[in-house]
Design a protein. Sequence first.
Length: 356
Amino acid sequence: MKLKMLFLCLVSLVFNSVMGATVGSAVGINPTTGAIGANVIAAVGGALNMMPTGVVRSGVLTEVWTGELIKYLRRGLEATFLDGIPDASSLANNDVIHLVDVGVDPDVLINNTTYPIELQNLTDTDKTISLDKFQSKVTPITDDELYALSYDKMTRVKESHGNAINDAKFTKAAHALCAASNTATTPVLVTTGARDADTGRLKMTVQDVINMKRAMDKLKVPSKNRRLVLCTDHVNDLLETSQAFKEQYNINRADGTVGRLFGFDIYEFANNPLYTTAGNKKNLGVAASTGEFQCSFAFYTPRMFKCTGSTKMYYSEASQDPEYQRNKINFRHYFICMPKKADAGVVMRSGYQAAA
């Protein structure tokens, strides 16, 4: 029993030291100081959990791993179609954000000669938005694994959960940035290219991209900060027909972008929303039926917003699971990305022609 306790103490000391040094280096603290600090935190936590005096708890430092996941998720936003969208995270409170809709802008008189100038009220509306909640499923890690493997196991688990949450965040964001259907202020256009013999899908053409630009122009969207997010089908269509697009695609893939064409900063994303043949956006997670394909979409970045809320790690130790002797870990994360107002975006869905 004493040998086991000693072993657990040594495991905790090594783990906490490695993590403390890593986090310390990341935030500009001397690694040695970080290692000592991590073990102090663990020791205090152990005391609060009624462990014997002087014994460092054998569990992981959830505060450290939560911080590491937050940094990982933050890095996941870089060089993606969400990069550069205004961040309203500082306005979030209890994973809820309040936005003010100021309605229409005031009219402007030019060379006016009539007085008094007419009054025009601007009605402000408070919009309360709850952030989306993302929860990863629980991953079990047995004590046997922790004893037999290096600490890279925990790092891999953390990265797997971070990747899964980021994938869900981007998919939800893309869905929210696309209009539900075609309206005067939320155009949903249809591709006009050749029919794909296998699927009946009408391919995207360069003219379709120009049509998206024209629709943005009609909405009086400023020419700067326009972003186009292409689905993989439309990327392949343009690679087949546009040499200029192909050259930019081959050059710029290293930084996460595709290139720039007709005033759009172009990105590629594999999980864009699906649209029905009637032009309606399908609910998130619903599979495509015949004639239904992913869309591409364009938006004006200053008219959108993103907001990151709280992140929490849930962890139970193997000592609390005598039957299976396994540790359990998962994360909960709050995030949202959506338009401030739906009047500065365009969707291009693929048309469909059934076989003759």
